[in-house]
Design a protein around this ligand. Structure first.
Ligand code: 5GP
Length: 176
């Protein structure tokens, strides 16, 4: 059990299993994008560790850029997506892979997809480390999913609780 701020979390997915799974996703992406040069669009802050590990596992030429979106306050979704998209480079005709830490309701991803599509990329796929299928309210094609998990709050491996817990090497689940 670990304490993050005022809450207890129990071990859920070990670092070794996370890294093994991300390596598989990297291999899959390398195969799927052979002959192309994908641009990873990383959703900050939560996806930074996932993105770093994923990129190490991709063995074809690829690039990376970062966007910032936020819809979460404390441990419950506000349902409102504040998008602070700050891409400076052109993504026209690029093959984008959005790299996200977790798809929960799917609202953040839907908003981001809309904003990116408007800039005319050649293709967009989604890579998410975690997915909570029970919580997802909008239809989304998630091409690369690390783990499908139940609808409980998790921290660690880049994911935070009120800004803390991102440095935990494994993923931990809220203990209630
Ligand atoms: P959505 O828009 O899909 O509901 O939420 C996506 C965002 O909410 C994620 O990028 C993440 O920042 C946050 N989020 C959703 N579920 C969790 C969770 O269980 N733990 C943490 N730390 N963040 C979450």
């Amino acid at each position: 059990m670990v304490t993050v701020k005022d809450k207890s979390f129990r071990p859920f997915i070990e670092q070794i299993d996370i890294e093994r799974r991300i390596a598989e996703l990297g291999e899959q992406i390398s195969k799927d994008y052979i002959g192309r040069q994908p641009l990873l669009v990383v959703v900050l802050n939560g996806a930074f560790l996932f993105a770093a590990e994923l990129m190490k596992g991709i063995n074809i030429p690829c690039e990376i850029t970062f966007v910032r979106v936020s819809s979460y306050e404390k441990t419950a979704s506000t349902g409102q997506v504040r998008s602070l998209l700050s891409l400076t480079e052109s993504i026209e005709n690029r093959d984008l892979i959005i790299v996200e830490d977790i798809v929960d309701t799917g609202l953040t991803m839907t908003e981001l997809l809309g904003q990116l599509t408007a800039r005319r990329p050649n293709s967009i796929e989604i890579a998410t480390l975690l997915h909570k299928p029970e919580a997802t309210r909008v239809p989304l094609k998630l091409r690369y999913v690390g783990f499908e998990i139940e609808n409980k709050f998790v921290v660690g491996y880049g994911l935070d609780y009120d800004g803390l817990g991102r440095n935990l090497a494994g993923i931990y689940q809220l203990h209630v």
